[in-house]
Design a protein around this ligand. Sequence first.
Ligand code: GDD
Ligand code: MG
Length: 347
Amino acid sequence: MLKGLILAGGFATRLRPLSCSKPKLLFPIVGTPLIDRMTEWLSQGNIGRVILAVNHLSDKLRMEVAARQLGDRVVLSVEETPLGTGGPLKLAASLLDNSDPVVVVNGDVVTDIDLGALVRAHKAGGVEATIAVFSVGETKPFGLVTLDSDDRIVGFQEKSVKNRRRGWINAGVYILNQNVIEMIPSGRAVSLEREVFPVLADQRKLRGWRHTGFWYDVGTVQDYVAANMDLLKRRERSLREPKRGVPLALLEQPSYISGDCVVGTGAKLGPFTILSPKVKVENGASVRDSIVFESTVLGENCRIEGSVIGEATRIGRGAKIGKGSVVAGEVTVPDGEVLGPGSIVLN
Ligand code: GDD
Ligand code: MG
């Protein structure tokens, strides 16, 4: 049986302040927590057991796994100190040893990569590791791969400073033979991208598998918002109406309102508004171009534009939140507060 490991540690500093109270894997993607998308995606790829390699906020993840009764499929491997992208594989080696190969995914990618096809390509490819690669317009924030005519990776450069624009990058989805895990030193943080893949590339034991569907890394607030809005445009999920309240005329598409939100009279939602489950929108509030995390209350007549609002937060009556703002989870914005564009509210 194939096993998968999701790299879900690190401090997600580029998602602060939203990540102060919520691990990346629990961020909602068009209303659905990333962990649910990922476990579903892995099971479609026939990956029976999943290891979550975690450290920061691991208790919250443990609770969510328990709440979903995923305990027989998903186990946590908790690092005392962050071990990078390679160290967690070594730490979890005993949990992975009867799986050959192992499927490894970065815990912040949202994609429709066909994992079954990727595994088959790896088995046919005669190499130690196969990396899904994706073509992007700006390669600098990623791992740049150089492919030969047979799709072998002949060069791997993490966060290459070369001024290269369009190119194929590491999509953060790998199929690794046990031999690769054996190459990883134990007891310290190890970067697969800086210490392992360049070596395998030099040895010509690494292949790329070109993905042409959709792919997003949601590791920064800007990329997180862009991915959600893009998925909304693709109408990947059916757009639902709120259960009660808002007349159709006041809901502008594309928007996604989770089924169990409550929307008051005269509230205006959309376009490009995503409400996660259990959001309460009070009378006369308006929200556009924004994402609201679960269990948040948007007070009467408040106005939210182009922002992300964390979970279990309360936006006061008549408050105004300007474009590009980020409000952390579990905070209260007082009644009547006016936050200018680009405000950051910490918890
Ligand atoms: N368990 C664990 N421990 N996970 C970690 C740790 C750690 O110490 N550090 C990072 N991770 C997880 C992150 O949560 C994330 O899911 C994944 O490893 C990759 O780390 P990022 O910090 O998101 O890296 P990146 O986005 O800058 O670059 C990586 O992803 C790109 C594609 O999105 C690299 O793999 C690039 O080569 C790649 O192109
Ligand atoms: Mg990332």
